[in-house]
Write a protein that binds this ligand. Structure first.
Ligand code: ASP
Length: 342
């Protein structure tokens, strides 16, 4: 009997130690590259590297740099990705350079119509608002849709009524107006009148949509995007930015993605979800997948744009097929800001 007990207990010990070993081997084969990480973009497009623009670009770089440093500190201190992503995007929405919040481009009807979305990878919950004109920070409304409603997307006056009920800051549409974006609308209308054609996207369109993806210390990935859409858009056109799976996607098992560019293509190719899906079902890296989608699949059909993505280990990818994309990332080891192919 004693012998039996001895054999049984040593077998159990052996089994447990094997199980433990297997777990640690599995964990070792998928090392977490970084404890936390964050990547952001301020739109892909046709910014000029000319001398005249140097000052503006230096100011932009330092703005992005300080955003990254602040966000990095929050993540280092254990802040949840959802809070950090919303804070980064809210700050960019308040900056008039970007095509999001204040500084958004004008629709053909001379109004600013804003779109935003957010998704959290822990439970695939998501929220979005589309075509809103009076919500000061659309990203906060997207978050409220995700957290305080049973819906994923709300549009126009309905979304505005909801945001007001949620106690968010509401503004007159004129709050979003800037002279530079008004000038862009004027030029776009002139071009349209000259060519007689209604192009989806003027070739020299500067973008400026904003997006952010963060991985926090708990392994949660959150992605968000906010935009004014395309200059001279008509008929309450909605782009990819508020469309979950097109402009924004996050899944803790794979990655988080935020896109920028001609939204129609990003919707048709379900770009953000495509990156996540390929990461889930193939052996390829995040960077290989993202680059192929942007620089082959989309480039081959003249679909301008780029994306930012972070995988669950904190690896970053930031491909774009336009001359420029304002972008940056931070992790415990390094941080970087870039605009052109540099
Ligand atoms: N993707 C946005 C849209 O199509 C525009 C942009 O990224 O600049 O609405």
């Amino acid at each position: 009997m004693l012998l039996r007990i001895l054999i049984l207990s040593s077998t159990l010990v052996l089994l447990f130690s094997c199980a433990e070993k297997q777990t640690s081997t599995q964990a070792d084969s998928e090392p977490k590259a970084h404890d936390y990480a964050l990547v952001l973009h301020g739109g892909a497009g046709y910014m000029s590297p000319d001398k005249g623009a140097e000052e503006e670009q230096a100011a932009l770089r330092s703005f992005i740099d300080s955003l990254l440093v602040n966000a990095g500190q929050s993540l280092k201190g254990g802040a949840p990705a959802i809070d950090v992503v919303c804070e980064v995007i809210r700050t960019m929405e308040n900056h008039p350079h970007f095509n999001a919040g204040k500084g958004a481009v004008f629709a053909a009807n001379e109004m600013n119509e804003l779109d935003a979305s957010i998704m959290q990878g822990s439970d695939l919950n998501a929220g979005a608002v589309a075509g809103v004109r009076t919500i000061k920070n659309p990203i906060l409304a997207a978050r409220a849709v995700m957290e305080s409603s049973r819906h994923v997307m709300m549009a126009r006056e309905g979304a505005e009524a909801f945001a007001e009920e949620q106690g968010l800051s509401m503004v007159d549409n004129s709050y979003f107006h800037t002279a530079s974006k008004k000038e862009r609308l004027k030029k776009a209308k002139q071009k349209e009148a000259e060519s007689g054609a209604v192009r989806a996207m003027p070739i020299d369109e500067k973008y400026g949509t904003v997006g952010c993806v963060a991985l926090d210390k708990k392994g949660n990935i959150v992605a968000g995007t906010s935009t004014g859409g395309l200059t001279n858009k008509k008929y309450h056109r909605i782009g990819d930015s508020p469309v979950i799976a097109a402009g924004t996607y996050a899944d803790n098992r794979t990655c988080g993605v935020s896109c920028t560019g001609v939204g129609e293509f990003f919707i048709r190719y379900a770009v953000a979800h495509e990156v996540s899906s390929q990461l889930m079902h193939t052996e390829r890296t995040l960077d290989q997948i993202s680059h192929e989608i942007i620089n082959t699949t989309l480039q081959d059909i003249n679909a301008d744009g780029g994306l930012i993505a972070l995988d669950r280990f904190g690896n970053v990818s930031m491909p774009f097929n336009t001359p420029a994309m304002i972008r940056g990332y931070i992790n415990p080891e390094e941080h970087k800001v870039a605009i052109f192919k540099e």
